[in-house]
Write a protein of this length. Structure first.
Length: 180
């Protein structure tokens, strides 16, 4: 909505366009043209539009990169330790506070339906999963490691680098050695 207001469209005009079916409301404050094809990943797009500084992480990032069989029931986002936790009615989100170094490392920007979405790289996501293994389950973490290793773009150096940043290198090494 703020973009529309900045371009001279009034709230009244926006609501009239919505009522006529020209635009549709994706979530509070987020609208799109009704004639456009469905959004490829509406949850990630909505969260990225509402919270542009948050980064998609953990199971949501695993699902985006295709290294899990889990279906995320909520969008996991990372926020810096000193920021406030985002809240949204839909889609459900779970915010995780990261240290400054861990938050800034490994961010990739992907375009989903023309919207920039910040998502952690697969290597950083694996390190984060080991860090939050008690919250997401060790079975999910090991499955992700196995599926990541099966990919052609297996980057052991990158995984170890992010493991050090996230302070889980000693935890990850036995699992990495076992999978090699």
């Amino acid at each position: 909505m703020s973009e529309a207001l900045a371009h001279g469209i009034t709230r009244y005009m926006l609501y009239t366009l919505r009522d006529k079916g020209i635009i549709e409301q994706v979530t509070r404050g987020v609208y799109r043209l009704a004639e456009l094809p469905p959004i490829g990943n509406p949850d990630l797009v909505t969260v990225s539009l509402r919270f542009p500084n948050a980064v998609i992480c953990l199971i949501s990032a695993l699902a985006f990169h295709g290294i899990t069989t889990q279906i995320p029931h909520e969008v996991s986002v990372a926020v810096p330790r000193d920021s406030r936790m985002p809240s949204l009615d839909f889609p459900p989100i779970r915010a995780h506070k990261f240290s400054d170094a861990a938050f800034r490392a490994g961010i990739e920007e992907h375009q989903i339906d023309g919207v920039p979405v910040r998502i952690y790289s697969p290597e950083k996501t694996l390190a984060d999963c080991f860090k939050f293994r008690n919250k997401i389950g060790m079975d999910v973490v090991l499955e992700a490691l196995k599926l990541y290793k099966a990919r052609k773009k297996f980057n052991l150096a990158g995984v170890l680098e992010y493991a050090q940043i996230c302070r889980v290198d000693k935890v990850m090494k036995p699992y990495l050695e076992a999978t090699l």
